[in-house]
Structures are given as C-alpha cells and as structure tokens.
Design a protein around this ligand. Structure first.
Ligand SMILES: Nc1ncnc2c1ncn2[C@@H]1O[C@H](COP(=O)(O)OP(=O)(O)OP(=O)(O)O)[C@@H](O)[C@H]1O
Ligand SMILES: [Mg+2]
Length: 444
C-alpha cells in the first residue's frame, strides 16, 4: 500500500466539503480559505476510492491551473502516478483518471463536447460564464451504478460568473429544470485556514487593508459586492419591459455583432417619438453561416420596415470560412437581402453612450428599455466587468456579443438627453417638453 501525504488535517469547512454528496457543491467566499487545496485533495481521494473514475479539473486558463493545481498534485502524487503533459492527465493505477482542462475562450468548452466525466471541478468558478458552466454540466454524466455525477466549484465573489454562482448558491433562485436540493454551498473564511494564518500572517493583513468594497468581497466573502461590475446601475426590473406591439410609425433599426464560433447577436430596436429606444427582438445563434443568419433575420423581420442595419466593422474582413469564397460577411448579408452599414466601433464612447441610455430619463424610466424576450442581452449586461488592465473598458473575457450588438445599435442614435429630472408633476413627457421649448411653444 502506498501512503500519500495530503497535508494537514482538513479544517472544519474542508471536512464539510469532503463529506458533501450533492450534485453541485460550491466552496466559496473569502480568499485563502483553503478551497483549492480542498478541491485537489477531494479529487485525489475520489480517484483513489473509486476504480476507473473519470474526473475533469477545470480552470479558465491552463497556466493558472498548472501553477495552482497541477504542480502541487504532481508533488503529492509523485509515488503514485506522473502527469502526462500531452494528455494533460494523471492516470491512476486503479484506472481512475484526473484530466486537467481549461476554457480560455467561450468556444473552448466545445473541446469537451460528447465527453463524459463522473466528477467535474471548476476552480475559480466565477471566472467562467454561465453558458460555459451550462455546457460543461452536460458533460457531467455517468453510466456507473456506484457513483452519481457530481460537480464541485471553488469561487470568490466578483468576475464574469459572479451572477450565476450567486444565483445558484447564495440567493438560491432557480430556473425551470434546476432542482434546489441539488445545490450546496460551504462558506470559506481565511481565518478557517490555520496553515495560511500560521505560515503567512501578512496575507490576512493584506486582505484587511484592501479598500472597503474589495475587502468585503475578498476577506468577508460578501456576495452582494460585485467588484468590477461594468454597468452597476442596470436593474432587470427597471430596464426590461413586457413586449407590446410596436406602433407602425416608430423608426426601426437593427444591430449585429457577427460571430461564427462565438455567438452572432442580432438585435432589433425601435425609437419611440419621445426618443426612448426599445430593443424588441433578439437572435442569438452560433455556428450558423452568414447566409442563413441573413435569411433568419428576414424571416423574423416579416413585413416590418427597417431603416438600417448597423454591424460590427470586422464584417468587412475577408475570412476563410467555407461559404464565403472571397466575399466578406457584409457582402453576403447584403446580397441576401440585409444591407448593412458599418458601426462606429469607438468602444469607450460606445460604453458611455450605453450608460447614458441606461440612465433615468426625467420621467424616471431609463432612456433604453429591453423587451423581456431578449434573454441573452438581459442575461449578459449584469455580467460585464471592467478589464483588469484597461479599467475603462469591458473585459474581453465576458460574454459580450449581445453587449457589442447593443453598443453598435445605441451608438447609431443621437445621445440621450441629459436633462435632470424635473420636479413632479411634469406637464408633458420630458422629450415632448424639450421639443416644445425648442420650437418656441413655451415662452422661456
Ligand atoms: N488542510 C491543509 N493542509 C495543508 N495545507 C493547506 C490546507 N488547507 C490549505 N492549505 C494551504 O493554504 C494555502 C491557501 O490555500 P488555497 O490555495 O487552497 O486557498 P484558496 O481558498 O484556494 O485561496 P484563493 O481564494 O486565493 O484561491 C495553500 O498554500 C494551501 O496549500
Ligand atoms: Mg484557490
């Protein structure tokens, strides 16, 4: 029998993590609580306990996984098995395999398509988007009778996945098809980790000295502070409306963020006479040829009169996609009945314009309203976070296809009014009032 030195006795939270047998088990909160240690130790214990178990350990990027998990596992498992660099896996003598993987870009999850793992661990789960998590969950299945599939998550507040982790494990708000009894959360505290407290007491001091909102997130593990959220004023109840028939005379236009492997997002917008923009329809598809997207757009638009379609400038690049044969995506759209114009792609100005549209008009309703049927747009706005290196920009790691499409659309409109709310009651709609002032209706 080979003895493995796994480290010190697990702390009470780590013991709880080891004992939990739910379908989805999250261990999260404060930094440094011993979550990653618990994840890899649980994986090693499971691989040793069940013969032929298939485990997948994921982190957003491979270099991070190597530093944080693969290297310490190599040290722990030195007497048992070695790490296969090309297969990215530890193959145990009992047939169990721990595969190490990453999902750097949105489409990297498809490398796991059709694969089956009894156990999947997502390290730093809040760095994964919700659709990556949903896809990965489809690979967590088994044909074994002695083991039910399990997902493990370690996480800290903040990041692109903050909203879904919080929804499932903290707020416990579930969608159709999600069983509340499947989700179990173990809060992590740095003070629970005696190894760190003893060996690196400065680390806790560093956390204690962080600015208020970061301290609350990283030391106290407070999930209500979303450090780095790009659109903190976005509220689903304020910015979304139930669909209503758009009047014939409202100006309509479309915006497209093109993608083939990444999603392609088409949005339909309408301008009310008072200038308020309503985004009333969404098409969100991936791996669909440009010609087919154009046909779907025409079908969905029906008899509507669309003034123009503004699209990502990269649609003019000639690409090596097989249906293109030298034509740009923009040309394919145009020849298939969707003439397009190039969007203003100034990102910083564009995000500012979006924020302005999200602000309240003087009547207390934001200048931009989204129909509740635009699911992907509604889902991804709150997930936009600041870029770590260029803080004024949205991070490229976010699922930003609907955001970009909305940005192109709103950038094609005049900037919303910046009139501050008038004292109540307002005699006319504020847009109307301004027009009347301009046209000399009021003697001011
Ligand atoms: N039971 C244990 N035995 C030995 N070492 C441990 C134990 N628990 C935690 N540690 C060590 O404490 C340190 C911090 O733990 P770990 O990296 O797991 O924390 P974490 O919660 O994942 O941190 P972060 O939030 O930064 O990801 C590491 O050096 C880890 O090896
Ligand atoms: Mg960790």
């Amino acid at each position: 029998m080979i003895e493995v030195n796994l480290g010190e006795k697990p702390n009470p939270r780590q013991q709880e993590f080891f004992r939990a047998k739910y379908r989805h088990i999250a261990y999260g909160g404060s930094r440094g609580g011993g979550k990653s240690w618990a994840m890899r130790t649980k994986f090693i214990l499971l691989a040793g306990r069940y013969k032929g178990l298939k485990l997948l350990l994921l982190r957003r990027t491979l270099p991070e996984l190597r530093e944080n998990q693969i290297k310490p596992m190599q040290a722990t498992l030195a007497q048992i098995c070695s790490y296969n660099e090309s297969k990215h896996e530890f193959a145990f003598p009992n047939g169990s395999v721990i595969k190490c993987g990453y999902c750097d870009s949105e489409s990297d999850v498809y490398q796991f398509q059709g694969q089956e793992y009894d156990v999947i661990g997502m390290e730093e789960a809040t760095t994964f988007t919700e659709s990556q998590m949903q896809f990965i969950t489809t690979c967590n299945r088994t044909t074994r009778s002695d083991f039910k599939p399990r997902m493990y998550y370690t996480c800290n507040p903040g990041g692109v996945g903050h909203a879904w982790v919080k929804r499932l494990f903290i707020d416990r708000e579930y969608h159709e098809g999600e069983n509340p009894d499947d989700y179990y959360f173990i809060p992590a505290r740095v003070y629970d980790n005696p190894v760190l407290m003893r060996n690196n007491p400065e680390y806790v001091k560093t956390l204690e000295a962080l600015p208020e909102h970061l301290r609350r997130a990283h030391l106290e593990g407070d999930w209500d502070v979303l450090a780095g959220q790009y659109f903190p004023n976005y509220r689903r109840e304020k910015h979304t409306v139930e669909p209503f028939p758009i009047p014939q005379d409202w100006k309509r236009f479309r915006s497209i963020d093109w993608g083939f492997n990444d999603p392609c997002c088409v949005l339909w917008h309408a301008c009310a006479p008072d200038g308020r923009v309503y985004t009333y329809r969404e098409l969100y598809v991936r791996q669909t040829l440009a010609r087919d997207v154009a046909l779907q757009i025409l079908q969905l638009s029906g008899q509507e009169h669309i003034d123009y379609t503004v699209v990502s400038p990269d649609m003019w690049q000639k690409r090596g996609q097989k249906d293109i044969q030298g034509e740009s995506i923009a040309e394919i759209f145009t020849t298939n009945g969707v003439p397009v114009i190039r969007a203003d792609n100034d990102r910083m100005v564009g995000w500012t314009v979006m924020r302005e549209y999200m602000a309240d008009a003087p009547d207390g309703v934001p200048y931009w309203q989204i129909f509740s049927t635009c699911k992907n747009l509604i889902r991804t706005i709150p997930l936009a976070v600041h870029d770590e290196h260029k803080v004024e920009d949205v991070s490229a790691t976010c699922e930003d296809h609907a955001l970009e499409s909305a940005r192109y659309g709103l950038m094609s409109r005049p900037r919303p009014n910046k009139i501050r709310p008038e004292p109540q009651p307002i005699p006319y709609s504020p847009f109307e009032t301004k027009r009347r002032v301009r046209s000399g209706f009021f003697d001011v």
